[in-house]
Design a protein around this ligand. Structure first.
Ligand code: AHG
Ligand code: MN
Ligand code: MN
Length: 345
């Protein structure tokens, strides 16, 4: 592993490429430093005496665990030493203004998938880096296309950093011996062939008909219009699902549904969907609400939720098709037209 480029060297090279690049590189380096600390905390299980404890609820009503708050504090401490104009976090009601003269702003989900902490499953950190506008009150209301960089870290069997600086996606893995992230995969491309789908199927009865139709197509496998078989996965950590999709393709859906409070799905636009969408597109995939490209959206409020369909572009496009065409949905749902239906025994 020692021969691989370190994140520091990679960022040093990048920092010379554009006016904002030095600030972006400094922020990514700070997040990576914080991530090593968070990896130690999550990896220590009950030893640090913080694992899985619930302390309250965040401004959005989600349960907040002690580790959510510790991860937030670690990252903000690391970022405070760098030129960052404003920071937004899932764990803070309002964005925090920092160095007003700085060129960039950072939005983050310090610990994604925190309901997985106490069952020893992968959790992670998600971040998005945006240019600092003159009026910092609109810093986190920019379209996703404005992002300068985005990434996430997975704290699983490996601690890995997935990063896009707007020119492809590269993956670094923490070399625990030396304490450095090292470049392990360059220019990751999402496989066109999609053989896995991920959705919380316990919500099936609450889904809209296009989402049901899409999942029905996946379940029908070779006997339906998709004409190939799918496997199913649901981890409950967006970071782990995204990592899997970058590794072996697939599609992830957290759609809107009819439960109270889920009219826009569950995931947050600014620090979950935007960075994931940037990464997916940079890896040749797609990310959509099912109707609109995620990167074209601008948040009206900091913690705004959004339906998120991401992964292999053919499948994301198929969900969009089903959303736009009620006749298509009807044809998928009607057994008469199914591949093994009335006309095709
Ligand atoms: P967070 O822990 O930051 O609130 O995010 C968890 C998210 C995401 O990682 C995951 O895909 C989803 O919530 C799981 O939601 P359900 O428990 O509703 O399936
Ligand atoms: Mn999250
Ligand atoms: Mn979180």
């Amino acid at each position: 592993m020692t021969g691989q480029l370190t994140l520091e060297d990679y960022l040093r090279r990048y920092s010379e490429t554009a006016p904002d690049a030095l600030a972006v590189a400094a922020a990514v380096d700070a997040i990576a430093t914080g991530a090593i600390e968070i990896a130690d905390l999550t990896g220590g299980g009950h030893l640090p005496d913080a694992l899985g404890l619930t302390t309250g609820r965040n401004s959005d009503g989600d349960l907040q665990r002690d580790l959510d708050l510790q991860a937030d504090a670690i990252l903000r401490r690391c970022l405070a030493m760098r030129p960052v104009a404003a920071i937004a976090s899932e764990e803070m009601r309002e964005a925090e203004i920092g160095d007003r003269g700085a060129r960039i702003c950072v939005a983050m989900d310090p610990l994604d998938g925190s309901s997985n902490i106490d069952i020893n499953m992968t959790v992670g950190t998600i971040f998005s880096i945006l240019p600092a506008p003159d009026d910092l009150s609109i810093a986190f209301h920019q379209r996703g296309t404005a992002q300068l960089a985005a990434g996430f870290v997975t704290y699983g069997p490996q601690t890995s950093l997935v990063l896009t600086l707007g020119d492809g996606v590269d993956i670094f893995t923490l070399d625990r011996g030396s304490g450095h992230f090292r470049l392990m995969r360059r220019r990751v491309q999402i496989s066109e062939a999609c053989e896995e789908f991920a959705i919380n199927a316990s919500n099936r009865r609450h889904w809209d008909t296009p989402v049901r139709a899409f999942v029905d197509e996946c379940l029908a496998g070779t006997e339906g219009p998709a004409n190939h078989n799918f496997n199913m996965r649901w981890i409950g950590s967006l970071v782990a699902e995204a990592y899997r999709i970058l590794t072996r393709g697939g599609v992830f859906l957290y759609p809107s549904d009819a439960r109270p409070g889920y009219g826009d799905g569950r995931l947050r636009l600014v620090y979950e969907a935007h960075p994931m969408a940037f990464i997916m597109e940079q890896a040749g995939g797609a990310a959509s609400t099912g109707r609109e490209r995620i990167l074209d959206l601008a948040a009206r409020s900091l913690h705004q939720r959004v339906p998120l369909i991401m992964g292999s572009s053919n499948e994301v496009r198929r969900v969009e098709e089903l959303n736009c065409d009620p006749l298509l949905v009807a044809s998928v749902s009607a057994p008469l037209f199914a591949r093994r239906g009335f006309f095709r025994l």
